[in-house]
Design a protein around this ligand. Structure first.
Ligand code: PEP
Ligand code: MG
Length: 842
């Protein structure tokens, strides 16, 4: 059954063409036509037309061809809704046959006519008849005998002569392109890029401008031009032009293609055809101003006349994307808010860290895991924190490899340029610390075999790497490569800052940083965080001096001895807080009291126990027994967080005192926030609050200074969320620790989930790793319930999220919708969060 001409829409300035019905290319061509660019006559086929062709209906191609008048050659190109979804390749020169061959030989010269015919037979044989490409390679010299040979080959393979009827040729091309779109591989490919299952394909049929012809008729050729550099986003004319060519040949030509501008690299289009070049520049300005985008223009020169065949958005890196958006807004072409909307927040992390140069991904992959912290680094393999520190002392960059990391590895991590672990998921210790440090990190690389004693790792292909071997760790893609890959530097340029300053004007939810150290606090400030939303104080205890005092404190038997050890820790903590207050001057700093189980501070190895026994002047047996006594079956559910504060209250007393004394020292500008981790009951808060109030009163009395402080509660257990109404009256704020809350809601260990997370996500049990993106249905409901009940108990309560989800755009959207006041995330994710938050408010 034929379907009628109304299925074809000639593209005119007023034709009813839409992206949703005809695809992006058709719509873009209409825009170019509206701008009066010299676009050859074009007809669009809608998604529904292409669908019926794929389903077996015969298009009335004679009627379609009649749209183009007497006998021109035509091309067909795909026009999907989103260019990223791909589509079948373009087919050019439809209409070539013996008769055309003769006519064109007359008009363009014999060689040009021969070349056009050969190319069409080849394209038709390979892409439409689907014959073996090896049989239809273009011959070195194109003449009539080469054509006859190809026609003969075609006929013997197909058992029918090469079709001479242009209407039949066009019908075959349309059918073949329509079916290719429905094929399983094209489907999988586009769905991988986010296309819906029913994504449609439009086609555009266009009169050919012919880029070949004898020199007597004037310049012929084709090329592409763009006006910004796709890597940097800076204004620059780039592209190539090739005389006597068609399609995108100029881009792939190994010889003969020339550059566009007169810049000393050799002959250029600017010299060859100055008027054409000027026109192209004008079209570039016009399309930027009116299509409000940087476009790459595909053009053909036919007998000295310029035709614009197509224009596509310039392909760009993340950094170029930022610069282009900002430049368009700065020149008044788009509003600032639109520039903010045009940059994908997740792409920002590409700008904040070094990246493996995409052009240099040739080195072999040794290991694959979860991309836990973005950025790339090259260094030598080390297998212990001690080795990392030794390497750092020699100023030798190193990559720390561990089965998993523990708080004892933090110093080693500081000393490394990248971290690789065999176990763990996105909120495992290694991942969280690495993100805080802005250190590239790959976790859960379970195909690795690490031998700590021999200091080797066995790669997935069985090769063995030794300590000292150089590798490149890519935390953006989650792979480790052999040797040193070429890296691109971060790009925190003016465009980046401008874009984020516009974002800040637009957004309506706060963004703070999780920062534990002065270095992190400085990054937080540099990225314009509005304060620290979580300072994890345990990380302050892992330096050599403090760890030994901490261990003494843990080992004391009497309250007096404990107090003495804590007295030695006090000035160190006071100095820590004072420094943070100074760096963050004027901005809120939220300090979480000690959270992890005490035994995390104790040595686990035999050597470590021996060293500790020596330091404490105790028998090894006693130390070992004490460590064993402190060990728990389930430390994450054991004596940690506020439970520690209640069982060993002197620790929190010391920390509170350090905070308040630092507040007094830092002067008026500081209002410290003190936060209790792992709360599950109102009484816990009451007990600790009473003691902290007493410490505050004592410090005020001793110093004669006055200060305010705010005590808040971390909601990290389901019970705290459920009982928020009775907890809230005692708290100035509730900060949802969604890492632990996710762990406890699912009953899923955040440190072990990496092992099966891949299987869970790939089989659709989880849509996404819930430690990465907030589980809106489950954990999210606890957030909503907790927020509602918290507000009921204390209407002015401040609500925030400080788990890793604070840096995830979808999770930020959820928090904003639930009326949260701010999110807090790793310092390096602050820019991303600022941008994502702004996009929500537009
Ligand atoms: C949390 O649990 O979400 C949190 C912020 O605390 P931590 O990651 O230190 O357990
Ligand atoms: Mg926690």
């Amino acid at each position: 059954k034929h379907f009628d001409i109304s299925e074809f829409t000639p593209i005119t300035p007023t034709a009813p063409i839409s992206v949703g019905a005809h695809g992006g290319r058709a719509k873009c061509l209409q825009r170019l036509i509206r701008l009066d660019l010299p676009v050859p006559r074009t007809v669009a086929l809608s998604f529904s037309a292409v669908r019926s062709i794929a389903a077996g209906q015969d298009p009335d191609t004679a009627a379609l061809l009649a749209e183009f008048g007497e006998g021109p050659l035509i091309s067909v190109r795909p026009s999907s809704e989103d260019p990223d979804w791909g589509g079948p390749g373009a087919i050019l020169n439809i209409g070539m046959n013996d008769a055309q061959h003769k006519t064109l030989a007359h008009k363009l010269g014999q060689p040009a006519a021969d070349a056009l015919y050969l190319r069409f037979i080849q394209a038709y044989a390979v892409h439409v008849a689907r014959l073996d490409p090896d049989m239809f390679e273009l011959p070195q010299t194109s003449d009539r005998s080469a054509i006859d040979m190809m026609l003969h080959d075609f006929e013997s393979e197909m058992e029918e002569p090469f079709p001479q009827d242009p209407a039949r040729q066009l019908a075959d091309v349309l059918r073949s392109m329509a079916r290719a779109w429905e094929g399983p591989s094209a489907r999988l490919l586009r769905q991988g890029k986010g296309a819906p299952a029913d994504a449609g394909l439009g086609l555009v049929v266009q009169e050919m401008a012919i880029g070949v012809g004898n020199s007597g008729i004037g310049e012929c050729g084709s090329g592409v031009i763009q006006f910004v550099d796709g890597d940097t986003g800076l204004p620059q004319i780039t592209g190539r032009y090739l005389s006597q060519s068609q399609g995108r040949e100029a881009l792939v030509a190994e010889e003969g293609a020339i550059y566009l501008t007169r810049d000393g690299r050799g002959p250029s289009l600017e010299e060859l055809c100055p008027e054409v070049f000027e026109d192209l520049k004008r079209y570039g300005d016009l399309s930027r101003a009116r299509l409000r985008e940087e476009m790459q223009i595909e053009f053909t020169i036919e007998a000295g006349n310029l035709y614009v065949l197509d224009a596509v958005r310039v392909a760009r890196t993340a950094r170029a994307g930022v610069r282009i958006a900002v430049a368009l807004a700065a020149s008044g072409i788009i509003p600032e808010a639109e520039a903010v909307l045009r940059v994908e927040p997740r792409a920002l992390s590409e700008l904040l860290h070094r990246q493996v140069d995409p052009a240099d991904r040739r080195t072999a992959v040794i290991a694959r895991g979860i991309a836990a912290s973005p950025g790339a680094a090259t260094g030598r393999l080390v297998f212990s924190s001690r080795a990392a520190q030794t390497a750092a002392a020699r100023e030798e960059p190193c990559i720390l490899v561990r089965r998993e990391t523990t708080p004892g590895d933090v110093r080693g991590m500081h000393a490394s340029v990248g971290v690789l672990t065999e176990k763990g998921g996105v909120t495992s210790h290694a991942a969280v610390i690495a993100r805080g440090l802005g250190l590239p990190c790959v976790v859960g690389a379970s195909s690795l075999a690490i031998d700590r004693r021999k200091r080797t790792l066995t790669a997935e292909d069985g090769r063995i790497f030794h300590e000292g071997d150089t590798v490149t760790l890519d935390g953006t893609t989650g792979v480790v490569r052999e040797g040193a890959a070429r890296l691109l530097e971060p790009a925190l340029d003016d465009a980046f800052r401008t874009l984020l300053s516009w974002a800040d004007e637009l957004r309506d939810i706060g963004v703070r940083a999780n920062a534990d150290t002065p270095a992190e606090a400085k990054v937080a400030r540099a990225f314009d965080a509005e304060g620290i939303g979580l300072c994890r104080t345990e990380h302050m205890f892992f330096d050599e001096n403090r760890l030994s005092v901490m261990r003494e404190m843990i080992f004391t038997d009497s309250p007096e001895d404990r107090a003495a050890a804590l007295d030695r820790l006090l000035p160190m903590q006071r100095a820590d807080f004072r420094e943070l207050f100074e760096i963050m001057r004027g901005l809120p700093v939220c300090i979480r009291l000690l959270d992890p189980p005490l035994h995390e501070f104790l040595p686990q190895s035999r050597d470590g126990l021996h060293d500790l026994a020596e330091a404490l002047d105790l028998p090894v047996s006693k130390v070992t027994a004490r460590v064993e006594a402190l060990s728990e079956f389930n430390p994450m559910l054991g004596m940690r967080g506020v439970r520690l504060g209640i069982a060993v209250p002197e620790i929190y007393d010391m920390q509170a005192r350090a905070i308040f004394e630092a507040t007094v020292e830092a002067g008026q500008s500081v209002t410290p926030e003190v936060m209790l981790p792992l709360v599950s009951a109102r009484r816990e808060v009451e007990l600790v609050k009473a003691r902290i109030d007493a410490v505050a009163a004592a410090v005020k009395a001793e110093t004669g200074a006055d200060f305010d402080y705010r005590l808040g509660v971390m909601v990290e257990t389901p019970r705290a969320a459920l009982r928020a109404e009775e907890i809230a009256p005692h708290s100035a704020f509730l900060s949802f620790g969604t890492n632990d809350l996710t762990q406890m809601t699912y009953g899923l260990s955040r440190d072990d989930a990496g092992r099966f997370m891949g299987a869970y996500v790939s089989q659709g049990v989880f849509v996404e790793d819930p430690f990465l993106r907030l589980d809106v249905e489950g954990v999210g409901e606890l957030l909503t319930v907790g927020a509602e009940r918290g507000r009921r108990g204390h209407p002015d309560i401040v609500l925030s999220v400080c788990g890793e989800h604070g840096g995830d755009p979808d999770s930020i959207a959820f928090c904003r919708a639930a009326g949260f006041d701010y999110v807090s995330c790793s310092p390096f994710r602050v820019p991303l969060a600022r941008l994502a938050a702004a996009q929500l408010a537009i």
